[in-house]
Design a protein around this ligand. Structure first.
Ligand SMILES: NC(=O)C1=CN([C@@H]2O[C@H](COP(=O)(O)OP(=O)(O)OC[C@H]3O[C@@H](n4cnc5c(N)ncnc54)[C@H](OP(=O)(O)O)[C@@H]3O)[C@@H](O)[C@H]2O)[C@@H](O)CC1
Ligand SMILES: Nc1ncnc2c1ncn2[C@@H]1O[C@H](COP(=O)(O)OP(=O)(O)O)[C@@H](O)[C@H]1O
Ligand SMILES: [Mg+2]
Length: 283
């Protein structure tokens, strides 16, 4: 087990090239947030925006449009029942997040099937929340083509792998991961999140109990997405993922010095400050 340190941030977060534009920093599409869990989609997309993705689109239940734009007009919005437009949006994305607040009803199942069918081998697909629970149900297999990043909490991993929380040992987790598409990265969230990839296991050393608030995992998906979009090119999604997990915890930890609880929106606001600090450290 390799403990993550600040070094991963200096290694991954680079000063922005002078000759650049929004397209340089990647296109993230977030498919998330039904009528009940609209906040999940908004938090994931907001985190992608604050973590530096060049263009962010949220595909969600139509009712979430105004709430999103009242907070962040920078994020584009798509009604996820507009299937042709959604398919087009999937095709032009570099990184897709699917699942936070998606729900488990037949509409959510159809949407998940559609996303899994439309993604291609050049893309990164981050699967979280309800989407993991739906796959665990057995009727919708993970796609083989894209780079998969799964971000279950321990109960979601229980549903997916069949391993009880007490049975989630390193060896058992590695064996379960070997049943999934070959290059899958597993981010197994808990108070000290573990990341499994390439036969290796990493342990996050940041994060505090002040972060135990609904929406904190939704927020992590957006940070991973933005990091893969900006820094995960040339088939290097693993360092980008490790840095995103570390940064998410560090933001919460620093806030917790004088905040008893830390909200996802506060974590987002910290991200550009921390990224500036660590990109300069690399100079
Ligand atoms: N504002 C919004 O829109 C929000 C929308 N959300 C969306 O809601 C959907 C459902 O997601 P969900 O995570 O809330 O529920 P579910 O999948 O039933 O899992 C909970 C069960 O797992 C257990 N558990 C065990 N270990 C655990 C661990 N380490 N971390 C966490 N849980 C752990 C836990 O144990 P217990 O609390 O009982 O001790 C409980 O029995 C999903 O799409 C999500 O994206 C949320 O993000 C919230 C904000
Ligand atoms: N006590 C804790 N210490 C450190 N990190 C925590 C703690 N509680 C929660 N977190 C972090 O918050 C996130 C929770 O994810 P998740 O349960 O999926 O939340 P949600 O679905 O509500 O967005 C994970 O990244 C987890 O590591
Ligand atoms: Mg979650």
């Amino acid at each position: 087990m390799i403990d993550l340190t600040e070094r991963i941030l200096r290694q991954v977060i680079q000063p922005r090239p002078v000759e650049s534009h929004k397209g340089t920093f990647g296109r993230v599409l977030v498919v998330a947030g039904n009528e009940q869990y609209g906040g999940a989609g908004i938090m994931s997309a907001s985190a992608a925006l604050f973590a530096g993705a060049g263009l962010v689109t949220l595909a969600s239940a139509a009712v979430n449009r105004t709430a999103l734009h009242a907070r962040h007009p920078e994020i584009m919005f798509l009604d996820w029942t507009e299937t042709a437009a959604l398919r087009k949006s999937i095709q032009s994305a570099d990184v897709i997040v699917v699942g936070p607040g998606l729900g488990l009803d037949p509409g959510a199942q159809a949407l998940l099937r559609m996303v899994f069918t439309a993604v291609n081998a050049a893309q990164t697909l981050i699967v979280d929340g309800s989407a993991l629970t739906l796959v665990a149900g057995g009727a919708i297999p993970f796609p083989q083509q894209p780079q998969l990043i799964l971000t279950p909490h321990q109960e979601e991993w229980h549903r997916l792998s069949g391993l009880t929380i007490a049975g989630q040992t390193v060896r058992a987790n590695q064996t379960a991961l070997a049943q999934l598409p070959e290059t899958t990265i597993l981010v197994l969230k808990q108070h000290r999140t573990q990341i499994y990839a390439d036969q290796q296991v990493y342990r996050n050393t940041t994060g505090v109990a002040a972060m135990a608030t609904g929406g904190m995992g939704d927020t992590l998906t957006g940070i991973i997405a933005a990091f893969c979009a900006q820094f995960g090119q040339n088939k290097k999604p693993l360092p980008a993922t490790l840095a995103a997990v570390y940064l998410h915890g560090l933001a919460g930890q620093e806030l917790a010095v004088d905040h008893y609880v830390t909200l996802p929106s506060q974590i987002c606001a910290q991200l550009p400050l921390l990224m500036a600090r660590f990109s300069r450290a690399g100079l």
